[in-house]
Design a binder for this molecule. Structure first.
Ligand SMILES: *Cc1c(COP(=O)(O)O)cnc(C)c1O
Length: 389
């Protein structure tokens, strides 16, 4: 069967060999420490699970949900924005529910991008921006995020013929995979750029609440005129350890939200209402569950980064996210394979996030501090053996 030309254009799966090596290690009964996937090991807060138990027993919850999400959920999302970000969003018009933020990100280009139009995609970046552009018939234009620019985009380097035909700019701060954060000046620059060029500013705020050392990640919707062009994607996955529950929301410009919703009404049928009720409990519940999460991730990354530095790696102490982005002096896939072979530790090669991710690997701090300490010790030994060669 012939795949569609769009599906054929999707990037090759790079990790087949690494996956096979991992399976082999496990088959042989060897110990594997998986720091590859960004999926928190910490539990969903108890009050959220309790709310779900009650909601799931209500007969009225069994029916098709509304497309845009229950009003009570959208009110909870707007209350969360007011409380955590100091931003006012209208729950009736400026918020919609998503089946995880990935769903909304994947559907946005379908709503706004025509054949041959560009989407500006950060590189390295979350792979969905590139893939969803291709599936919509658009052309991804990769904006390099370079260490010398603190992994921030340089809009001046984008050619005029690209910006003229660009419909969406994806940005993601705090950033996966680099763990970089954005300053207010750069946010203002992005908003002005998008207003001037008539581009949708799609900000992926999946890690906005996972911040450390008194750093607070600004919402793009805090800034003047941002509502003219901005849609901000939010996820409960990382904030409340709810990756499997599949719920998120988008807020911002009403017209952009309506376009996205138009696509969604033709593809999905909304989020299970019991899950929305649990999400309301999360969004309106105690903030100390978020702070406790952050304290745990902060301590883990500190132990891990200090050990990597001792091993001679060039690595920043992240202000946010649960990732550590580490420079390596060889091909990133080769490094990951060798590391897995010698230590049983799984990392993600930077090239998997785009060509500008080459030369780096990503470690996820999604295991206990004891396991991470053990992993870091093994990496230290591993790097000594590398240097001897
Ligand atoms: C995890 C992640 C998402 C997806 O979150 P869901 O709400 O679970 O779909 C989106 N963007 C980035 C950058 C992520 O790392």
């Amino acid at each position: 069967m012939q795949l569609s030309s769009k599906v054929k254009k999707l990037p090759k799966y790079l990790f087949a060999e690494i996956d096979e090596m991992k399976r082999k290690k496990i088959r042989e009964g060897k110990k594997v420490i998986d720091l590859g996937v960004g999926d928190p090991d910490l539990p969903t807060p108890k009050h959220v699970v309790e709310a779900m138990k009650i909601a799931v027993e209500k007969v009225e919850r069994q029916k098709y949900p509304s497309y845009e999400g229950m009003l009570s959920f959208r009110v909870a999302a707007s209350e969360f924005y007011r409380r955590r970000k100091g931003v006012k969003v209208d729950p009736e018009k400026e918020v919609i529910a998503l089946i995880g933020s990935k769903e909304g990100i994947a559907h946005l280009p379908l709503a706004f991008v025509d054949n041959g139009e560009y989407v500006l995609v950060p590189d390295p970046g979350y792979p969905v921006y590139h893939a969803s552009t291709i599936l919509a018939g658009g052309i991804p234009y990769h904006i390099p995020l370079k260490a010398e620019n603190k992994f921030l985009p340089n809009f001046e380097e984008i050619p005029e013929e690209v910006t003229r035909k660009a419909k969406i700019l994806f940005l993601n701060y705090p950033n996966n995979p680099t763990a970089a954060v954005i300053d207010k000046e750069k946010i203002k620059e992005a908003i002005d750029f998008c207003i001037e060029k008539k581009i949708i500013l799609a900000h992926d705020a999946a890690y906005s609440e996972i911040t450390f050392d008194n750093y607070r990640a600004p919402s793009f919707l805090e800034f003047d005129n941002s509502f003219e062009v901005t849609i901000e994607f939010n996820s409960l996955s990382k904030t409340y350890n709810m990756t499997g529950w599949r719920i998120g929301f988008a807020c911002g410009n009403e017209e952009i939200l309506r376009g996205l919703l138009k696509v969604k009404t033709n593809i999905d049928s909304g989020v299970f209402e019991a899950v929305q009720e649990a999400a309301i409990a999360a969004l309106t519940g105690r903030d100390d569950v978020i702070e406790q999460n952050c304290r745990i991730f902060a301590e883990r990354r500190k132990v891990f980064v200090e050990k990597l530095r001792e091993a001679g790696f060039e690595v920043e102490m992240p202000k946010a996210t649960f990732y550590v982005w580490c420079k390596v002096e060889m091909n990133s896939i080769e490094f990951v394979k060798l590391l897995l072979e010698k230590t049983g530790i799984i990392a993600t090669p930077g090239i998997g996030f785009g060509e500008y991710g080459e030369g780096y690997v990503r470690f996820a701090m999604t295991r206990s501090i004891e396991v991470l300490r053990e992993a870091a010790e093994k990496i230290l030994e591993f790097s000594k053996s590398l240097n001897k060669k």
